[in-house]
Ligand binder design. Structure first.
Ligand code: AMP
Ligand code: GLY
Length: 427
């Protein structure tokens, strides 16, 4: 069968590689893809949010499955348009995608379903939001309601900073329309983790958990990014806790949507804080995590395409997942200026002709090809993933790989999975 993957990041490269490895897949196509994806898939110059062009491309290719990687096209209705044109799509319809597209809608669904999450107040007016600040304690969290490319969440320590954040939303309009509705949220304390589950509207099949690193610098300092590295599984999130999270978070959320006539088919990603009172939801995403899947998929033995097809068709019941025992560690290599900006066109040295490193999986995100060489083309450039029996070994291999790569302004965190290695050595 032919599979079409929509998107151009490291996540989409991870999906493409699993698709290329599936015994039932004969051709993989990507829209638009990147220089690394082009080694396993035929890339088409169609933007991920250009829905009309995606439908036209699908009509030409006649794929058996379309996988929509990023959240933005799902929120814009890509799954609806492709399904209406007769294609089988992995990724929820727009109404369900609003769990990611509107943080306020997500809160409303969680409250109705009794899902544990931070307390919040919502505002659509500047004055009311400002007045609310005098009634709360700090730190607090201020969030733009809509999609803001990962930049709409501001954890603030004091009043002045909070006022500036509210001004950023309503006055400066830094997040466009996404910031004209604002949530002021209780600040949760604890460890974060990501629990993703495949859903077909009824059946929920959890993936093994992953630990993302959101901040740019070692020791969780500096601004938030899309994610600077990841490891899986997560020692502090054993299978019993995953089960508890599925029962307290995913299942009631899917049921609440169903009661509203909304079928969630795709992957429901819960970003969670493990607090003293138990796990609480920080956010929902309606797509695979990036870089979560660059750490999760290399451990997955099962055929991802068969699973995504089953989810899209409402046939996940009875499916199961097989995992490699090995641990995985994935380190993101970013370009100069990230996350505030990014640097394009810097020549990347050290990769082989396929953009890989021996014994590792290299996922391309912001890369392009110029004169036969790989060059940077975005903030997050590559994810270098290693597997090993231990986190210590996987870390060593991943960093040995990263050190073979070089380009101007290259930056990466040195502490990815350090805590997992320590947890492991404590036994
Ligand atoms: P989100 O995009 O909602 O996941 O937020 C991005 C990051 O902001 C999260 O990964 C957390 O580190 C932080 N964050 C979001 N909401 C909260 C909260 N209620 N309490 C503490 N930190 C939060
Ligand atoms: N790693 C965070 C995300 O995919 O949203």
């Amino acid at each position: 069968m032919l599979v079409l993957v929509v998107g151009s990041g490291g996540r989409e490269h991870a999906i493409v590689r699993k698709a290329a490895a599936s015994s039932s897949v004969t051709e993989v196509h990507a829209a638009p893809g990147n220089a690394g994806i082009a080694r396993q898939a035929q890339c088409h110059d169609v933007g991920a949010t250009d829905i009309d062009a995606l439908v036209a491309l699908a009509r030409r290719l006649e794929p058996s499955l379309v996988v929509v990687g990023p959240g933005a096209p799902l929120v814009a209705g890509a799954a609806d348009a492709l399904a209406e044109a007769g294609f089988t799509v992995f990724g929820p319809r727009r109404e369900a995608a609003m769990l990611e597209g509107s943080k306020r809608f997500a809160k409303e669904v969680m409250n109705a379903a009794g899902v544990p999450t931070a307390e919040f107040a919502g505002f659509t007016e500047y004055q009311a939001a400002m007045a609310h600040l005098s009634t709360i304690s700090f730190p607090t969290v201020i969030k733009a309601d809509g999609l803001a490319a990962g930049k709409g969440v501001m954890v603030v320590e004091a009043m002045e900073e909070a006022e500036a954040a509210i001004r950023k939303c309503f006055v400066d309009r830094s997040f466009g329309d996404a910031g004209l509705s604002v949530l002021v949220e209780e600040c949760l304390v604890g460890h974060e983790c990501s629990v993703l589950a495949l859903c077909d509207g009824d059946t929920i099949l959890p993936l093994e958990p992953a630990q993302d690193y959101k901040r740019i610098f070692d020791g969780d300092r500096g601004p938030n990014t899309g994610g600077m590295g990841c490891y899986s599984p997560v020692p502090r999130v054993p299978p019993e806790l995953v089960e508890e999270i599925i029962e307290q978070v995913h299942r009631p959320t899917i049921a609440e949507l169903k009661a509203r006539g909304i079928d969630f088919r795709g992957v429901l990603y819960a970003g969670l804080m493990l607090t003293g009172e138990g796990p609480k939801v920080l956010e929902f995403n309606v797509r695979f995590g990036d870089p979560e899947v660059q750490a999760i998929f290399p451990r997955l033995e099962s055929d991802l395409v068969e699973l995504m097809l089953a989810a899209a068709r409402g046939e996940l019941d009875g499916a199961s997942l097989d995992w490699k025992r090995e641990r995985s560690v994935s380190v993101i290599v970013a370009s100069a200026g990230y996350p505030e900006s990014s640097s394009k066109g810097d020549v990347i040295e050290g990769l082989d002709a396929d953009g890989q490193l021996e014994g590792l999986e290299v996922f391309h995100a912001g890369t392009a090809e110029e004169d036969g060489r790989f060059v940077t083309a975005g903030g997050r450039v590559l994810a270098v993933t290693a597997l090993d029996e231990t986190f210590a070994g996987a870390r060593r291999k991943a960093y040995a790989g990263v050190e073979k790569i070089s380009f101007d302004g290259m930056q990466y965190r040195r502490d990815i999975a350090a805590e997992a290695k320590e947890a492991e050595s404590r036994g």
